[in-house]
Design a protein around this ligand. Structure first.
Ligand code: DP6
Length: 333
């Protein structure tokens, strides 16, 4: 690779919310997931990352939102840069700087957007031009859900059984369905067990094999519901899949309880609003207490109003359907 000062690139990737969840790996090192998953990129929640390969640097450096990152964060990023170094034949260290436009520590996943943006920026700064499919497999090595933040809009991650066959691709176009994610932030408490540790525990639940056995059927059903924009069918599958993942979490050894009392209140209210009042909204939760209320964009204001009425303790973030990872004008860091 060239060693002049132009080995710099910036990329932006969006966070995503899974409708069919990734939980548990068949291979932890390669992050080959136990089941295929499906998600929607979130237009308003993104990470922008600049990578500069510098042969004169002794070791990788990482700044997040303008401050030096923790050793643990740097180690994880460095391990991912090793994957990219090996793929591109790069020997230099990298200076990495990353900013999230959403509050960190609000329990909103940042590893998906972070590792997707890091992958694209590091590859582009190495002057390589890889196809979307390979970028997705590389991003997966940093964080499984990051594989789904490379392609645009509604994205399916094929589980695969090798590094090459486990990648994500767009399932339908962004304009196909104007869905929105109204995130009810019920707590800013840091999660006690992160996803990486949680994936390793999944198989200790007697329910994981049942969850995985039904995942392909739920995936096929939700794809049909999205294709025909059948919100009623979509809502039932999204909620069931989230409940199944949390049932696995709660029955793992040791058990993982991510919900707060307020999470459960929101979940019950969402079902009442849908089944009682006819408001087209459903819920899904990741490895945290915040409740993602999924609805059509036209109904987002009504969902926000209902959440505000339910409790003054809920903060709200709103997002539409996001694009795929893309390059940005590079900024020196
Ligand atoms: C609950 O992708 O965060 O959000 O691969 O260890 O980084 P790592 O895990 P991660 O797991 C995401 C789990 C989830 C469900 C999902 O997004 O599918």
């Amino acid at each position: 690779m060239p060693t002049d000062s132009n080995n710099i690139a910036s990329a932006r990737a969006h966070s995503n919310i899974a409708f069919i969840k990734y939980w548990g790996n068949r291979n932890h090192r390669l992050r080959l997931p136990a089941n295929a998953s499906l998600s929607m990129n979130l237009s308003e929640l993104h990470t922008t990352t600049t990578v500069e390969w510098l042969p004169t640097l002794d070791a990788d450096t990482l700044a997040i939102n303008g401050a030096a990152a923790s050793q643990a964060a740097l180690d994880r990023v460095s391990a991912h840069l090793d994957v990219i170094r090996r793929r591109l034949g790069i020997r230099a260290s990298a200076r990495v700087s990353s900013t999230n436009n959403f509050p960190m520590g609000a329990g909103i996943a940042s590893s998906a957007s972070a590792f997707a943006a890091l992958t694209l920026a590091a590859v582009a700064a190495g002057r390589a031009n890889l196809r979307e499919r390979e970028l997705s497999t590389l991003a997966r090595m940093g964080s499984g859900s990051a594989a789904r933040s490379i392609p645009p809009a509604f994205v399916e991650w094929h589980a695969g059984d090798t590094h090459e066959s486990s990648y994500a691709e767009a399932f339908v176009h962004r304009d196909h369905w104007a869905l929105a994610d109204v995130v009810a932030v019920v707590s800013r408490r840091h999660k006690q067990t992160g996803s990486t540790a949680g994936h390793r525990e999944a198989d200790s639940s007697v329910l994981q094999s049942a969850r995985v056995a039904g995942a392909d059927q739920r995936l096929a059903d939700i794809k049909a519901a999205i294709k025909s924009r059948d919100f009623g069918a979509f809502a039932e599958i999204v909620e069931e899949d989230s409940n199944l993942m949390h049932a696995v979490m709660m029955t793992s050894k040791p058990p993982l309880f991510y919900w707060d009392p307020l999470s459960l209140r929101v979940m019950q209210a969402v079902r009442d609003w849908r089944l009682g009042d006819g408001l087209r909204v459903c819920y899904t939760l990741d490895a945290g207490p915040n409740v993602h209320c999924i609805c059509e964009a036209a109904d987002a204001a009504a969902v926000v109003a209902k959440l505000r009425e339910l409790s003054p303790d809920i903060e709200i973030l709103q997002s539409g359907v996001g694009r795929g990872a893309c390059l940005m004008p590079a900024k020196a860091v």
